[in-house]
Design a protein around this ligand. Structure first.
Ligand SMILES: Cc1ncc(COP(=O)(O)O)c(C=O)c1O
Length: 384
């Protein structure tokens, strides 16, 4: 066995620049409603090429706010992938609408586009997709289903900073894209999110509804403290400390993505020929993955022993995760509410049951990638 090395699954990259930016905020009186959240929106919009960006408190808040803003409610349905984080479905539930789950395709883990039409009813209002592990969904195909039927298209881009489809950044391929800045994502604001959209009117409405539905923000008030409330809204703002962190993080994004690509390729090269595992297809030309992580699916009989294999890899210092631990419809809340049975989403279930997610983040280097691949080979060898 090699010397043990600690390889964390995810680590935010926080430097002196971030620390100084946060301290700068704390030296002043403005913690919310300040210039930094607006600068962060402008910078993220510029980096992605988005006409409009609305900062919020998380990706979950972003998606919830979007459905709320469109007036979705009881009786409405939204198509969502079964293989995703529960937030994608919760955002629909939170407005009283019903998430209608569609299985994953095995080659990429993305939503099975061929199964979407059968899930559409006269109550369907939107199709939400997730760029699974950062690999773009075929958005032309999604739009071809959604547009003729007048359905909205939402991109859950929680894993998709740097994801591009035919030259366009994720989040700009449907009606709106929702991003997460949770610590293990490509960049962080501690907690935080943003909505990208091409629609000025939608951005303006989200801006009001993320702040109680008041008709004017602090800077727009002629008499301090005086405002009207013209619509219902939440308190989903991003604060100035988070935005200050985010402004510095955006400056690192090109380097972060380069590093992820390099780490991913190193790991892919080492694992590609292993007969004990299955890997997702590499994205075709025109599809750029954000390389969130590298998930490998264990073949039988190894899949049966996944927990022991994970425990041994962790014991040898290799941090792992699972994306995602169960198809969302098989999580207790959804299974009890809608009566979904185990096995109802076989491809999503296979990914949940057989996969181990491996790190490729910018906190790791070539030697770490080598350590991960040799550890996998040794551990699987020991389970033969
Ligand atoms: C696909 C997906 N959507 C949404 C979320 C939720 O993001 P947030 O924690 O910013 O609300 C996550 C979190 O990991 C996610 O993986």
């Amino acid at each position: 066995m090699n010397d043990i090395r600690t390889v964390h699954f995810g680590r935010p990259i926080i430097g002196d620049e971030e620390r100084a930016a946060v301290m700068e905020v704390l030296k002043g009186p403005i913690l919310v409603h300040g210039p930094r959240a607006e600068k962060f929106e402008r910078d993220f919009a510029a980096w992605t090429g988005a006409p409009h960006a609305v900062s919020v408190s998380s990706c979950t808040a972003a998606m919830h706010l979007l459905y709320f803003s469109w007036g979705f409610g009881p009786g409405d349905e939204v198509i969502v992938p079964a293989q995703t984080h529960t937030a994608t479905a919760h955002a629909v539930e939170l407005v009283g609408a019903k998430p209608v789950f569609v299985d994953a395709e095995r080659r990429t883990g993305n939503i099975d586009i061929g199964a979407i039409e059968a899930a559409i009813t006269e109550r369907t209002r939107a199709i939400a997709i997730v760029h699974f592990l950062g690999v773009p969904v075929d958005m032309d195909a999604i739009n071809a289903i959604a547009r003729p039927r007048g359905l909205k298209v939402v991109e859950d881009c929680a894993l998709a900073i740097g994801t591009r489809y035919k030259g366009v950044h994720a989040g700009l391929l449907g009606d709106a894209g929702c991003f997460s800045f949770y610590p293990v994502k490509h960049m962080t604001t501690a907690e935080g999110g943003i909505v990208l959209t091409r629609e000025a009117a939608l951005a303006a409405k989200l801006n009001r509804q993320k702040a109680f539905g008041v008709d004017r923000h602090m800077g727009e008030r002629k008499i301090p403290g005086m405002y009207d409330v013209t619509m219902l809204g939440y308190n989903y703002r991003m604060n100035e400390i988070e935005a200050a962190l985010g402004i510095e993080q955006i400056k690192r994004l090109d380097w972060i993505l380069e590093k992820r690509e390099r780490n991913y390729q190193a790991l892919l090269g080492a694992l590609r020929e292993m007969e004990e595992i299955v890997l997702f297809d590499e994205p075709p030309a025109g599809y750029v993955s954000s390389r969130y992580c590298l998930s490998m699916m264990l073949k039988e009989p190894f899949a049966q022993k996944r927990y022991e294999i994970v425990a041994e890899m962790n014991r040898r210092g290799v941090g792992t995760s699972v994306y995602y631990p169960r198809p969302v419809p098989n999580m207790t809340y959804y299974a009890e509410k809608y009566g979904y049975k185990p096995g109802a989403f076989p491809n999503a279930g296979w990914i949940s049951d057989a996969s181990i997610a491996l790190p490729v983040g910018p906190h790791l280097d070539e030697e770490d990638m080598h350590y991960i691949s040799t550890t996998i080979k040794q551990v699987l060898g020991a389970f033969k």
